[in-house]
Design a protein around this ligand. Structure first.
Ligand SMILES: Nc1ncnc2c1ncn2[C@@H]1O[C@H](COP(=O)(O)OP(=O)(O)OP(=O)(O)O)[C@@H](O)[C@H]1O
Ligand SMILES: [Mg+2]
Ligand SMILES: [Zn+2]
Length: 351
C-alpha cells in the first residue's frame, strides 16, 4: 500500500511545508513545550508527524541524545533502536491511544497514571491521543491538570479532525499545530516524489487532476496514484472517468434534453459503480458557473455552450449547492443529487 510505504519518516519528508517549518522551530526551541494539539483534515499527516516527533526526541544519534548541545541536528536517524521500535510501533514509551474507543473517565485516569512512570527505554514518554475530540467531558476534566503541569519526562500530542469539539481549557494549554488542508502544490510535490520512486511516468496533467480530486488529503491523493499504477491508467480520459469527472458531461447532456428517465437511470448506475457524488457535484457547479459567466457576456474558455436558459442554470446551481451541503448528513450518497434534480425538473416544467 503506497500510503503506508510512503508515510513520512523524517521531518524533511513531511510534505506539508507549513507544518514542517513549525515542527523544526518547535524542536529547536530552548524550552520544548510538553502538550500539543495537532488539528486538521484527515490524511494531512497528524499521526505521522506525532510519531516523527516522538522519534526525534528519543533518537540515540541526533542532538537530543546530547544533553548540553544546542539542537541543530533534530532529525530522527531511523536507524537506532529507539527510532526503529517507534517506527514499528513497539516502543514502550510511545503510547498511542484512540480516543474514539477509549473516551471515558476510566481510560483517561489510566493514562494519567501512566504519565507518572519514568520512561522505560527512551528519554521521554510520548502520549499520542488520536481523535482527541471524542474524549468525554469528565475525561477532559481529568486530563486538564496533567496538561497544565506535565511530568518532565512526558509529552502529550492530541490529534483531531474536529478542534472545535476540544474544550477551550484544554486547547489553551496546548501548542496548536494546524495541518489545515493539503495545498495543491504540496500534493503535487508529494505525488511526483512517489511516482518517481515507483518509476511511474505520468503526464503532467495527471498530478494536477489528482491534486484537485483528492479532498485535499495526502492519503487520498497517494491512494489514487496507487490505483492509477495498478489499473495502468495512461490517458486523461481514463483518469477522468476513474475519478468520476466525465460524469459531469454525460449528466449535463441528459439535463439539457430534460430526459428525466435517463437522468435517474444514469444516477443509479453512477452510484452502483462507486462514483463519488461530492466530486460530481463540485464538477457540475464548476461547469455551470462558467456557463453562467458566458451567458452574462464574459469571455471564458469553454468546450461548448450548454443549452439551458440563464434562469435554469441559476436554479440548478442553487439546488446543487443545497445538495452539496446536505451530502454530509445524507444516509445515502446519491440522495441529495437525486432530490436536487427532481426539484429542478419539477420547477422547470411549470415555466
Ligand atoms: N505531510 C505529508 N507528507 C507526505 N505524505 C503524507 C503527509 N500527510 C499524510 N501523508 C500520507 O497520508 C498517509 C496518512 O497520514 P496520517 O495518518 O499521518 O494522516 P492523519 O492526519 O493522521 O489522518 P487521520 O485524520 O485520518 O488520522 C501517510 O501514510 C502518507 O502516505
Ligand atoms: Mg491519524
Ligand atoms: Zn534514531
Amino acid at each position: 500500500m503506497f500510503y503506508l510505504k510512503y508515510r513520512p519518516q523524517t521531518i524533511a519528508e513531511i510534505d506539508n511545508s507549513k507544518v514542517r517549518e513549525l515542527i523544526i522551530k518547535i524542536l529547536r526551541s530552548y524550552h520544548l513545550p510538553h502538550a500539543y494539539l495537532f488539528f486538521g483534515q484527515k490524511g494531512t499527516g497528524k499521526t505521522s508527524t506525532a510519531r516523527i516527533f516522538a522519534k526525534a526526541i528519543n533518537c540515540l544519534n541526533n542532538d537530543f541524545s546530547k544533553e548540553f548541545s544546542s539542537k541543530e541536528n533534530i532529525e530522527p536517524c531511523n536507524q537506532c533502536d529507539n527510532c526503529l521500535s517507534i517506527k514499528n510501533s513497539n516502543f514502550a514509551d510511545v503510547i498511542e491511544m484512540d480516543a474514539a474507543s477509549n473516551r471515558g473517565i476510566d481510560e483517561i485516569k489510566n493514562l494519567i497514571r501512566e504519565t507518572a512512570f519514568l520512561p522505560m527505554v527512551g528519554r521521554f514518554r510520548v502520549f499520542i491521543i488520536d481523535e482527541a475530540h471524542m474524549i468525554t467531558t469528565e475525561g477532559f476534566n481529568a486530563l486538564l491538570k496533567t496538561l497544565e503541569e506535565p511530568p518532565k519526562t512526558a509529552f502529550f500530542i492530541l490529534a483531531t479532525t474536529n478542534p472545535e469539539k476540544v474544550p477551550k481549557t484544554i486547547a489553551s494549554r496546548c501548542v496548536q499545530v494546524s495541518f489545515g488542508k493539503a495545498s495543491k502544490s504540496d500534493l503535487i510535490k508529494m505525488l511526483k516524489k512517489v511516482a518517481k520512486s515507483e518509476n511511474l511516468s505520468l503526464a503532467d496533467n495527471f498530478y494536477e487532476i489528482i491534486s484537485r480530486h483528492c479532498d485535499y488529503s495526502f492519503r487520498d491523493a497517494v491512494k489514487i496514484l496507487e490505483e492509477v499504477a495498478i489499473q495502468k491508467i495512461t490517458t486523461t480520459e481514463d483518469l477522468e472517468s476513474f475519478l468520476g469527472i466525465r460524469g459531469k458531461d454525460i449528466l449535463l447532456e441528459l439535463v439539457e434534453k430534460k430526459d428525466i428517465q435517463k437522468t435517474f437511470a444514469w444516477l443509479v448506475e453512477f452510484s452502483q459503480n462507486g462514483g463519488n457524488f461530492k466530486n460530481l457535484i463540485e464538477d457540475l457547479l464548476e461547469e455551470l458557473r462558467v456557463q453562467l459567466l458566458i451567458k452574462r457576456g464574459l469571455k471564458v474558455e469553454v468546450n461548448r455552450e450548454i443549452n439551458l436558459r440563464l434562469n435554469e442554470i441559476s436554479l440548478l446551481m442553487k439546488l446543487l449547492l443545497q445538495a452539496y451541503q446536505q451530502l454530509k448528513y445524507s444516509p445515502v450518497d446519491s440522495l441529495p443529487l437525486e432530490i436536487a434534480l427532481n426539484d429542478f425538473y419539477n420547477q422547470t416544467d411549470k415555466r
